[in-house]
Design a protein around this ligand. Structure first.
Ligand SMILES: [Mg+2]
Length: 231
């Protein structure tokens, strides 16, 4: 598929596409499991947390604050309705450190953005907690390459159609680059756009999905591979 001259805008997912994210959540879950070790097995803790996250995400969205609620709900149930102070403050410490974890760009990202800057309008298309996402966006130092950062409510077909309309683009003019099949690839392809998949070794259980069949999906291993495709 020839991409050259076909697009004016390029959309980039943020978490685990531009910078590391998921690993910090996995680390936080491991610490939570340890915190609750006296109450049940590691699998029991993980399972309870997963269920409580499923309850809370539709109400409160994504991000570490929802994890605070999910972990507290899970711990409350595992502790039989009596949550010890030490567990609550243990959770709060895990979440605080999660929210302000070290920040690491994914290799090749800056080089790629530098190459594309000035030739395309580059836009971050992310979802999650608005404050957290904008905090990471500014911290990244990548804002100088981007036109702006769009924090989407969710990343479904409807949200991508709204995003295209906002920028006076037709859906087939969307070129999206991201690590999540569910959020970055499937919805974009379903509305007629092109998606480039940059897999990340850690995938959140709530984001898991099989890759759809489409000739408008390109698989790469390193984000730098998009440079010769687009220039
Ligand atoms: Mg992502």
């Amino acid at each position: 598929m020839d991409l050259k001259g076909r697009f004016t805008h390029i959309f980039f997912d943020a978490d685990d596409t531009l910078w590391e994210n998921e690993q910090y959540f996995r680390d936080a879950e491991a610490r939570f499991t340890e915190l609750l070790a006296d109450y049940t097995t590691p699998e029991g803790v993980q399972d309870m947390l997963w269920r409580k996250q499923e309850d809370n995400i539709p109400l409160f969205g994504y991000g570490s604050k929802t994890y605070l609620i999910g972990m507290t709900d899970a711990a409350m149930e595992l502790c039989g309705g009596m949550l010890p102070e030490s567990i609550y403050y243990g959770i709060k410490k895990i979440i605080t450190e999660l929210a302000f974890h070290e920040f690491r760009l994914i290799e090749g990202v800056e080089e790629t953005l530098k190459a594309l800057y000035g030739r395309y309008t580059l836009i971050v298309a992310t979802k999650g907690d608005l404050t957290e996402q904008l905090y990471k966006y500014r911290l990244s130092g990548l804002d100088k390459y981007f036109h702006h950062c769009e924090v989407m409510e969710n990343k479904d077909e409807k949200n991508y159609l709204e995003l295209a309309a906002k920028l006076d683009l037709r859906p087939e003019q969307i070129l999206m680059i991201g690590n999540s099949v569910k959020s970055d690839i499937a919805p974009v392809v379903n509305i007629g756009g092109v998606a480039i998949h940059t897999p990340h070794e850690v995938v959140w259980v709530h984001e898991m999905m099989d890759m759809p069949e489409s000739d408008r999906i390109i698989e790469i291993n390193d984000i730098r591979e998009i440079i010769p495709m687009l220039i």
